[in-house]
Ligand binder design. Sequence first.
Ligand code: MSP
Length: 645
Amino acid sequence: MSKKDNTFYVTTPIYYPSDSLHIGHAYTTTAADSITRYKKMQGFDTMFLTGSDEHGQKIERSAKNSNKEPKKYVDEVVKTFKELWKALDIEYDYFIRTTEKRHEQVVQKIFKKLYDKGDIYKDKYEGWYCTPCETFWAERHIGEENLCPDCNRPVEWVEEESYFFEISKYADRLLKHIEDHPEFIQPESRRNEMISFIKQGLDDLSVSRTTFDWGVPVPIDENHVIYVWIDALSNYITAIGYLTDEEMFKKYWPADLHIVGKDILRFHTIIWPIILMALDLELPKKVFGHGWLLSESGKMSKSRGNVVDPIELIDDFGVDSIRYYLLREVPFGTDGTYTTESLIQRINSDLANDLGNLLNRTVSMVEQYFNGSIPEPDELNEVDQDLINTGLQTIENVAKHMDQLKYTHALESLWNFVRRTNKYIDQTEPWILGREEGHQKRLGTVLYNLLESLRLIAIMLKPFMIETPYEIGRQIGDVEQINNAGWTALKWGKLNTNVKVSKAEPIFPRIDIEEYFDKKRKGEQEKTMSKENNINKEKLVDFETFQKLDLRVAEVLEAKKIENSNKLIKLQVSLGEEKRQLVAGIAQDYEEEELINKKIVIVANLKPATIFGVKSNGMILAASDQDKLTLITPEGPIDNGSKVK
Ligand code: MSP
């Protein structure tokens, strides 16, 4: 039995909980949510999967840096993922975590299947490894400067025992599949990139690690954990019941659409299909690699401090404005730049001016001329017919674009209709019809047509926005119909006329850009000030506590770097009569020789500790900013052992 025709299974990448998510991740997930809502309206039984990719060295390190057990650490970060999706109104059907038991067990079975089949063998790996991308690279890919071709960071030379997946065996079959199924890799330009990558020759893939523990154990060898990409990619089948829920799996597999960023397209169009071929499973129907959402200063990254936080934007502008912007601003597939200015401009022109005004003007006129009751239409003239035709054409255009994941084009078509409808008001001049006697029927027809256009607009907006279609429905007295509407409700003349309109405040108030930035700046200042106040309050110590510290002047007699450590130096210092050994983390800022005979300040009564196997009896004082560290030394000559007060 193969997958049922009326199901539609869409996935996002599962995101790393090594950090909080930013607007780029929100971009992918909003796109997946939008296509799912659209397919659902078309009558498909949809399945929308997102989740978190929780194993691997990167996560293990992040957890360590936060002083937490990996599971506790990922639990906390994953909670913030779910909060973000809730704030963005993301309606996923299932959120998979790779630390789930079921997933882990099936990943082990997948590994075993490939091993039993003879596709996986054990060997030793020597190669160039990019830790952030968790990827090994062949010499030819890293260039002279030894940089990762994906993220441009330096790769490290690594040697370890590893299991290998012989993917080259499947290269010809994969190429043929890609050639026979032009829709498999989208957009077209990326498809060509992938083809040439395969044609360069595929190296066998290392699929296990011995250098860290935070992963799914290899079922046949307890010294290894399964390398993160086999673990991660399998989520798309474990989540829908591969080897655990036959019925559900058959219903949804193969996936109709994997949406991923261009950074991980290679994994999804080469490694993933090959794993599936080896498992004798069908390949996904389409993998779409979208472009980057950049910030003005380039790629978003925490270290550059240019990461845009979607929660902050939702708080400031509302969820529908953000969803609209993400789907409208940058054609899906190409790179684009996020700026707050362009966001505000979109809100003001498309949402406040075009859509908001249309709703407001229409509902006001129904209140003014018909006491809020929706009029019945009468005879139609040419202008009416043109409006109706544009509306009907828009329904087709939006569907056509959505079927190709052209969100921007779909919204452009829809907004052409919004603007056309605004123009209809200018053409029909209802205020003149209302002023003069004998035009009641014509006026009723005009207002009916406006309301009916708004009904169609609200329904077509449902894949993109959440609150707005509902609010339009509420104002034109048709909430229930709009909420329940599928794509088939998009026919002219279905407006409910037995009800009253309800006027409200504008749905998208205009935003004054200067005022917004001004307010933002003031808000930031206040935040910093209150933070500083809190810090100062929390950190106040009384004099007695301070006096407990025994601070002394000391002179460095010997300095020697500690083996296997980049940072630590072993010091012998003189406190006058007493000699002490200390360990100090200053090797990145001081050479051994320049420390000799230097006068420094130490905390002499700190509890002794053993660091890297070396006893340390006290601590030196140094000041540090973000990039350097400098020792505190007495300003004038003074005896060793003098007290610092
Ligand atoms: N865990 C892997 C994916 C495994 S899927 C089986 C991973 N995770 S990630 O957290 O790094 O997320 C990468 C994805 O986030 C990208 O493919 C893309 O969908 C999205 N984006 C991250 N930054 C982005 C932008 N600046 N712009 C657009 N999308 C971005 O890779």
